[in-house]
Ligand binder design. Structure first.
Ligand code: HEC
Length: 263
């Protein structure tokens, strides 16, 4: 699902070019109108005029089947923000460092003081600049937290290039538990949901969950599922967030039952 096909790349390039041509007039469009225009248009059927402004006004169905060329906010982008930015002490609703809250589409797209995300415009999106910042004093998440991975940065880039829409899709694969793969199914879940607090740089509770050996031993000891299932005697994980979806929990449990292999 994370694979970005050639056609998506070409589409993105076209959108960037159109976006560049259109920047001057796009920035004059009042935010509300601009925003309403784009929300609710499925990317795959979206048409743009010569300035890159969507012209198709088809209403989106709430859940569509996942299309591998589209980056879905709910499934692919929000979890990254939740796992690496929107936690206590940083950009959750309670702490709101610098007034920035990164826990929902509405908050991430807010444009009052800073332009956190500008649809179609990666270069002008403050969030993108921060996650790719060279200066170690300015990069987000701040050190010693783990930086986002290359893959996560690419997802956010492509999502902005596709218009930074609030799109969601029905995931109907990935819950098959008969032959679970660590690299394909387990590592991506932990990378998205736990990386912010259990990375190489900042292994809370001494657990670097980007490391196979640690995941396997925590899995076999029961500590991993104890924390994820919110069982008595364990700290509830992921900290300050909702429980992982049943599908993720089943996959991780099945992987442990199958020997917690490095497969
Ligand atoms: C917002 C930061 C944060 C996130 C995100 C997070 N953790 Fe934690 N985790 C912590 C902290 C802090 C502790 C130590 C808590 C304590 O000891 O009170 C911890 C402890 C744990 C423990 C040990 C619990 C115990 O009772 O022994 C496990 C296992 C764990 N985390 C797994 C995970 C997994 C798996 C994820 C992702 C699905 C995750 N955590 C996401 C901050 C986080």
């Amino acid at each position: 699902m994370l694979h970005v096909s050639k056609s998506a790349l070409i589409l993105s390039l076209i959108l960037i070019c159109l976006g560049l041509v259109g920047i001057s007039c796009r920035t004059e469009i009042p935010f509300e109108e601009d925003f309403d225009d784009m929300v609710g248009n499925p990317v795959d059927t979206m048409m743009t005029d010569s300035t890159g402004v969507p012209t198709d006004t088809t209403t989106m169905e709430s859940e569509v089947a996942c299309d591998s060329t589209v980056i879905y906010f709910d499934q692919q982008i929000l979890p990254i923000f939740q796992g690496s930015c929107a936690y206590s002490g940083c950009h959750d609703a309670k702490t709101a460092q610098e007034g920035i809250i990164l826990d929902s589409y509405e908050n991430i797209m807010r444009r009052d003081e800073e332009d956190l995300i500008i649809p179609f415009n990666v270069e002008k999106s403050e969030v993108f600049e921060k996650i790719t910042e060279d200066d170690p004093d300015d990069i987000m998440p701040p050190l010693p937290n783990n930086p986002l991975s290359e893959g996560q940065i690419q997802l956010i880039r492509t999502w902005i290039e596709q218009g930074a829409e609030n799109v969601s899709c029905e995931v109907n694969t990935g819950c098959e538990t008969s032959d679970v793969s660590y690299s394909q199914q387990i590592a991506p879940i932990l990378d998205t949901k736990c990386r912010g607090c259990h990375g190489t740089n900042n292994p809370n509770a001494g657990l670097n969950l980007l490391d196979y050996g640690t995941v396997a031993s925590t899995g076999k000891s029961g500590r991993l599922m104890g924390a994820l299932n919110w069982s008595d005697g364990y700290v509830m994980m992921p900290q300050g967030m909702e429980k992982l979806p049943a599908c993720d929990l089943n996959l991780i449990q099945a992987w442990i039952d199958q020997g917690a292999l490095n497969n």
